[in-house]
Design a protein around this ligand. Structure first.
Ligand code: ADE
Ligand code: ZN
Length: 335
């Protein structure tokens, strides 16, 4: 099989599914713990990494939330965001839409203002200093109440200009999309674009994906791999040109495999599938490693790799002209 590693590395890319808190690398976790006098329950980075032994979504989420205890000041949020954007830029990611989980911080007494100002400052600095553009998607935690989500939405309104859309993440079990119908209806009325996680191989995955379309009216679906179990659902997703943000290395950690074959099938069906990194500090691999993994597993050719990147730029929540200029850059690279 042709090795397309350098082709992948050089390709202009767009990331649509990455959690800022999921980019907190072990080294920075220890640095911030020291700076903030937070005691981590691990003696060193090696012991910490040994705990990254997930076999499903809840076992990952427990470690993910524990790790956030070191994020306390605006500077901490700046540092973690800037480090991600630096890494992404080094991999030729030209544009990223990044999730953040404000409730995971406000519930610990860190203010919404602290979180978003740190992130925003990093975005602006990275755009000027590194040439990587980014936007923010605010996620609600689905294992908390709809009331808490609504209160968070209202709290975010003064910062509306800094947030392009809202999403839904955390533990999906017994927390279907419809639980948040009112919150998402209000978010849409406020001008936010909408997406939701439909994590892989969950109880009722197919029904949940239908809910995001029929009951919520999402503009995108995060993961959504199980849509392939229902041909009618695939047609609906295609008909609505909804992007699916698939995360292969993440899948390999929390499900029975990377689901690379599902990516091949979605490409074959002409669905707008994209490849992303999710929580790269926990599921080791940023954009290039995720694309390489799929390329190696199913033998993607250059044209298919370009299609995956084009799907992402086309689905980015950016003005038409901006998307077109990224797509032109991608086409020039492919030629
Ligand atoms: N929070 C961070 N990463 C997540 C994922 N992959 N699924 C659900 N919630 C998350
Ligand atoms: Zn995710």
């Amino acid at each position: 099989m042709t090795n397309l590693r350098s082709f992948i590395e050089g390709m202009p890319k767009c990331e649509l599914h990455v959690h800022i808190e999921g980019t907190l690398e072990p080294e920075m976790k220890f640095q911030l713990a020291k700076r903030n006098n937070v005691q981590l329950p691990y003696k060193d980075e090696k012991a910490l990494k040994a705990a990254y032994d997930f076999d499903d979504l809840p076992s990952f989420l427990a470690v993910y939330y524990e790790g956030m205890s070191v994020l306390l000041t605006e500077q901490d949020f700046f540092d973690v965001t800037y480090a991600y954007l630096t890494k992404a830029r080094s991999q030729n990611v030209r544009y990223a839409e990044m999730f953040f989980d404000p409730q995971a911080h406000t519930a610990r007494g860190v203010t919404f203002d602290t979180v978003i100002r740190g992130i925003r400052r990093a975005q602006l600095q990275a755009e000027t200093a590194l040439g990587i553009r980014s936007q923010l998607i605010m996620c609600f935690l689905r294992d908390w109440s709809a009331e808490f989500a609504m209160a968070t939405l209202l709290q975010s309104l003064p910062y509306k200009e800094w947030i392009i859309g809202v999403g839904l993440d955390s533990d999906e079990k017994n927390n279907p999309p419809v639980k948040f119908a009112k919150v998402f209806q209000r978010a849409r009325a406020e001008g936010f674009l909408l997406t939701m996680h439909c994590d892989v191989d969950q109880e009722g995955s197919v029904g949940h994906i239908w809910q995001t379309i029929r009951d919520i009216g999402v503009n995108r679906i995060d993961h959504g791999v199980n849509s392939l179990e229902d041909p009618g659902l695939c047609e609906e997703i295609k008909h609505r040109s909804l992007a699916l943000t698939v995360c292969p290395i993440s899948n390999a950690y929390v499900t029975d495999g990377s689901k690379s074959q599902a990516i091949a099938e979605m490409l074959r069906r002409g669905m707008r599938v994209t490849v992303n990194s999710d929580d790269p500090a926990y599921f080791p691999g940023y954009m290039n490693e995720n694309l390489q993994r799929v390329q190696e597993e199913i033998g993607l050719d250059k044209q298919q790799l370009v299609q995956l990147a084009a799907n992402a730029f086309e689905s980015a929540w950016l003005p038409r002209a901006t998307r077109d200029s990224y797509l032109a850059e991608l086409r020039a690279y492919a030629a």
